[in-house]
Structure formats: C-alpha cells, structure tokens
Design a binder for this molecule. Structure first.
Ligand code: PMV
Length: 317
C-alpha cells in the first residue's frame, strides 16, 4: 500500500472578519506560500487498527488512542471513519507538518484538518470531495473556535478566493486584474476563540452599536468584491482602510498591528488592515508590484517578524 500525501494552503481574510460570524459577507483568499501537509503511511506489521500520530511541529508523537477523546486529531480521524462508514482503518502512521504559523490568522487549524481529511480518505480508498472536506473540517473548527463562521475551512478546502456569507453557498471571486498583497506577522500569537468570545461579550453588552459596525463591514465587503472584480485597486485599498478603522473601534487591533498598518500606508500601499481574529497575528496590505520592496522594508522596520508576498489572479470558468 503506498503512502498518501496531501497539502492545504493557508488563508487570509481580506475584508469582513468578525462581522462574518454575525451573518455579514466577507472576502477571503488562499495563501499558497504557506501550507499544511499530511502524509499517511501504512504500518504493515502493526496490529489492526493502530494509528500513530507524528506532528513534530507541536512535539506530538502518540498512538491516537492515547490522545484525549476531544483532541482535534482524534476527533477528526473518528469523523472521517464515520463519514466513510469504516469500523476500523488498516493500521497507519499520520505525519503532519505545517509551515502556517499557529494562532496568527492564517488558518493553521483548518489547513491541518483539510490536509488530514484528504490524506486519510485517499488512504482509505475513498477520497472525499471539497464539499465534504470542508464540512468535516468545519466540525473541527468548532472545537478550535467555539462559534466559527465557516470561512476558514471553506476558503482552504476550495483553495480559491471567495465571497462568503455564513450559511449560504459561497461565491468564487473573479479576479481578472492581478492583485498583490503583503501579509505581515507582528509576532504575537492570538487565539481566535479568545478574541471571538471577547467580541461576543462586547456585542451582548451593546448590541445596537455592534450590529451597526458589523453592517458597515458587510457593506465594505460587498463594495470590496466589486472593486476586486473591476480591478479598482485604489477603491479596494480605501475599503481595507475603512475596515481597519472599524476593527480598531471594536478593539481587535493592537499597537503592533497598527504600527505596521501605518508603515505600509506611509510607504505607498493602497490600503492595509488587520487580517483574521486580530490583537496579534497578521495584517494584510494591498500594493502595486513596484512598491513591494519599499513596503516590505517598511513593514520589517515596523516590527514584522515575517512577510509573505502573494499574488491573486484567476479566471474561473
Ligand atoms: O482564524 P482567524 O484568526 O483568521 O479568524 C477567523 C475570522 C473570524 O471572523 C474572526 C472568525 C470566524 O469564524 O469567521
């Protein structure tokens, strides 16, 4: 039996984070410069049903039955078995590697789930399609995040830029004009569930004012989508800036991210904002290709511990 290996990209939210949890639209893009990879190899000599997990990045090396029942990887393998109607897998080793920084808004948890679902289902002889991969990954997102909107598992499973509204079929973005983004990490880890819960508490205390801001973010996502499709970079940059101001207002930015946002704008970026849950992690900035070096340098001087340059262009259909 051969080994099966699958990878999944990271992701960045371009517009609409947090508001998307409350039913507003958001725009997200895959980030192929980072990835999670899962490799399943048969354990020929092991007793039936043995599953070994080897995830050196998080120093996890264990037989699956020794993990807590609600451990995301154990839960994931159980979900895949029930999806495929398999009572017992042939013995295997599951190796997980990821270059996606955790708790940084780049979809690390969802990408690991997607890679594992693809590799284990292929090993079992029934590779799952993108819709089922996304649905199973969503179940694990609930363990990681409590109340996820579903945007991370969707953009990562389909690996396409998309316009997403919770509970509705997503729409692929048509990107006929190339877009260049720099994604910069401020180096602070920020667990999504904590920030999402803080926003929820604030929303419960002051629902009207939060609903108003979420609706404004939703409108920004709608206009943003149109400007992406029309290739209007100046308008898109302005919308990113407006989105950032609202995210600051609801207190999901932080001085480290704000410093990088100002640095990018001073160096000539079209727009810049927090990306993901915020209070740490990454920001994203839209630049013209001739400004990549200038803006990257400015971001590094402003404290970025890592920058990713990513280009977006597709013509689906
Ligand atoms: O996983 P992160 O940090 O990119 O956050 C996901 C975006 C949120 O809107 C904050 C949460 C969600 O489930 O959509």
């Amino acid at each position: 039996m051969p080994a099966f290996s699958s990878s999944a990209p990271g992701k960045a939210i371009l517009l609409g984070e947090h508001a998307v949890v409350y039913g507003q639209p958001a725009v997200a893009i895959p980030v192929f410069q980072v990835e999670a990879r899962a490799t399943v190899s048969p354990l020929i000599q092991a007793a039936p049903g043995q599953i070994w997990i080897d995830a050196p990045g998080v120093k996890l090396q264990s037989e699956i039955k020794n993990l807590a029942p609600d451990h995301p990887i154990r839960r994931l393998v159980t979900l895949i078995a029930s999806e495929l109607n398999i009572r017992q897998f042939p013995s295997f080793q599951l190796k997980i590697n990821s270059s996606i920084p955790p708790a940084a808004g780049l979809g690390s948890g969802a990408a690991i789930s997607v890679a594992v679902i693809r590799a284990v289902s292929a090993f079992a002889g029934s590779p799952l399609g993108d819709d089922r991969v996304s649905a199973l990954a969503f179940e694990i997102e609930k363990i990681h995040h409590g109340n996820p909107s579903g945007i991370d598992n969707t953009v990562i499973a389909y690996a396409q830029p998309l316009y997403y509204v919770r509970g509705q079929p997503f729409e692929l973005l048509i990107v006929n004009h190339p877009l260049t983004f720099i994604i910069a990490d401020c180096g602070l880890q920020s667990p999504t569930s904590v920030i999402v819960n803080q926003v929820r508490s604030a929303w419960m205390k002051n629902p009207e004012s939060y609903e108003k801001r979420f609706a404004q973010i939703g409108t920004i996502s709608q206009y943003g989508r149109r400007n992406i499709e029309e290739g209007n970079l100046e308008n898109l940059g302005n919308l990113m800036n407006q989105n950032h101001e609202i995210l600051r207002d609801i207190q999901v930015s932080c001085p480290e991210i704000d410093r990088m946002v100002s640095a990018a704008l001073s160096a000539g970026a079209f727009g810049a904002k927090v990306s993901g849950a915020g209070r740490g992690g990454n920001m994203i900035t839209l630049v013209s290709p001739d400004k990549i070096n200038l803006v990257s340098d400015a971001l590094q001087k402003a404290g970025a511990v890592r920058t990713i340059i990513t280009h977006l262009l597709n013509s689906p259909g």
